[in-house]
Write a protein that binds this ligand. Structure first.
Ligand SMILES: Cc1cc2nc3c(=O)[nH]c(=O)nc-3n(C[C@H](O)[C@H](O)[C@H](O)COP(=O)(O)O)c2cc1C
Length: 135
């Protein structure tokens, strides 16, 4: 099974999850600026919420790589919203991309909220999630 990881992270929170997932599935975590060079059966895609939306670079990545994504598995951080899942799912499905109903989400530090999240426990949970997806 070909697995890939891409993420966008403005302040480093989602990057922590991307690195944890990378460790768990033994695949490099790359930023969304790096296109997929071959088809990924499973793409772990990481994003976060900014002003209630996801970053334009995530949208562009999906548009540019839609034909190389088998199943998209979403992971995300946010301070208030439950997850980016609904937004990513809508966007991806509009492009014809299959989206897993499994996702991983945890809180991300923002100003005075959720200090040091994702923390070690969040990262361990992300690893367990990633292993459960590919096994
Ligand atoms: C400019 C900005 C706007 C944000 N707006 C929201 C928001 O509308 N809703 C929310 O739940 N979190 C919001 N957050 C919090 C981020 O989603 C949270 O800190 C997330 O973990 C950031 O991920 P990152 O470090 O990978 O960029 C915002 C953060 C920033 C920096």
């Amino acid at each position: 099974m070909n697995i890939a990881i891409r993420y966008f992270s403005r302040t480093g929170n989602t990057e922590k999850l991307a690195n944890a997932i990378s460790e768990a599935v033994n695949v490099p975590a790359l930023k969304v600026y790096e296109p997929l060079n071959e088809k990924a059966d499973v793409l772990f895609l990481g994003s976060a919420v900014y002003a209630a939306g996801i970053d334009e670079t995530v949208k562009k990545f999906l548009k540019d790589n839609k034909d190389k994504i088998g199943t998209l598995v979403n992971f995300s951080t946010a301070a208030l919203l439950p997850s980016t899942y609904a937004q990513v799912k809508k966007l991806a499905e509009d492009l014809g991309i299959n989206v897993s109903d499994k996702e991983y989400h945890c809180r991300g530090e923002f100003m005075v909220l959720h200090k040091a999240r994702p923390n070690a426990a969040d990262c361990e949970a992300a690893k367990a999630f990633a292993r459960s997806v590919i096994n």
